[in-house]
Design a protein around this ligand. Structure first.
Ligand SMILES: *[C@@H]1O[C@H](CO)[C@@H](O)[C@H](O)[C@H]1NC(C)=O
Length: 297
């Protein structure tokens, strides 16, 4: 019996040391050039303890500007941890989907996120989503705790997929967003599930957020205004446009918008930027880039 216990503990010690080495190696090779990092593909799942999960999020995303893959921020609901998600505020581009779920936090500070390209979409019940915000209220004793503001003031485009809100009873400022401007080419881009947001909220956008006769914002205060340009596109344009009096379509390599027809006139590049041109691959291949910037060699 004693031998057996010892045997098991030796085995588990051996396993954990082997696994430990493996995890470190995997994480080192997961990081790309400079500001780039790799996302995850686990949906609402996570492994390890709540603390381990939080620490792995920090290790993965701290200092990261460009997430290759999906950004999944989920399962942050422990009373024992005082979460600080400020490490997310450097992220500018996510090439997959964004999933925010099972959270007890008041806000997720993705304050510099500009582009969700959604090359890979999150499928729920046959529908493909580029952004999912779900189950953001507290489950246990901490009633009245949960996501109150989205705080995505820099978000200009979700290139593919729809947006889903579900079970966010405390969330404000969802119907103060002009989603059509962010999600191009889909008529009603937002799906509202049960308790999608706080529909009885009386919270108002800052007066600075007024455009036309309406206020557009992601949260309280003048820093949370949505920048809205309502383009009136000619039907012949498959995506974004810069003018409606002529058939002024943006180049297909553009994200967000453009000032003219060429791939040098994009507001932002969808994929990569090389010598001021937006391109779908870097001249030397994808390994010669840092985030969206091609590195000349
Ligand atoms: C929704 O907002 C209103 C007013 O801002 C607030 O009184 C109410 O408690 C909120 N609902 C929930 C479920 O928190």
């Amino acid at each position: 019996m004693e031998f057996f216990v010892k045997f098991v503990s030796v085995i588990s010690l051996f396993l954990s040391s082997v696994l430990g080495v493996e995890i470190i190696e995997v994480e080192q090779s997961m990081f790309g050039h400079g500001d780039e990092c790799y996302g995850t593909h686990v949906g609402f799942g996570y492994s390890g303890s709540a603390e381990f999960h939080y620490e792995s999020l920090i290790r993965r995303y701290k200092g990261c500007k460009h997430v290759e893959g999906n950004l999944e921020i989920t399962n942050l609901q422990s009373d024992q941890i005082s979460y600080d998600l400020s490490f997310l505020s450097q992220i500018e581009v996510v090439t997959g989907y964004v999933l925010l779920g099972l959270l007890d936090l008041e806000s997720i500070p993705l304050t510099n996120l500009k582009l969700i390209r959604a090359d890979n979409m999150f499928n729920i019940m046959g529908e493909d989503y580029g952004l999912v915000v779900a189950f953001t209220d507290s489950t246990g004793e901490n009633q009245h705790q949960g996501l109150r503001e989205l705080q995505l003031p820099a978000l200009r485009e979700i290139s593919r997929g729809r947006v889903l809100f579900m079970q966010n009873p405390l969330l404000n400022f969802v119907n103060t967003i002009a989603w059509n401007v962010i999600v191009p080419g889909i008529d009603n881009p937002v799906t509202y599930g049960q308790s999608a947001y706080n529909t009885t909220s009386v919270e108002l956008c800052d007066p600075k957020c007024e455009q036309g006769n309406q206020r557009f914002c992601w949260g309280k205060g003048p820093n949370m205004c949505q920048i809205v340009h309502f383009p009136v596109c000619d039907e012949l344009c498959p995506g974004r446009c810069y003018d409606s009096t002529i058939v002024g379509c943006c180049h297909p390599e553009c994200a967000v918008g453009c000032t003219g027809p060429s791939n040098t006139e994009c507001t932002m590049c969808k994929y990569f930027k090389s010598n001021n041109m937006c391109v779908s691959s870097c001249p030397g291949g994808v390994s010669v880039r840092n985030g969206q910037e091609c590195i000349d060699n």
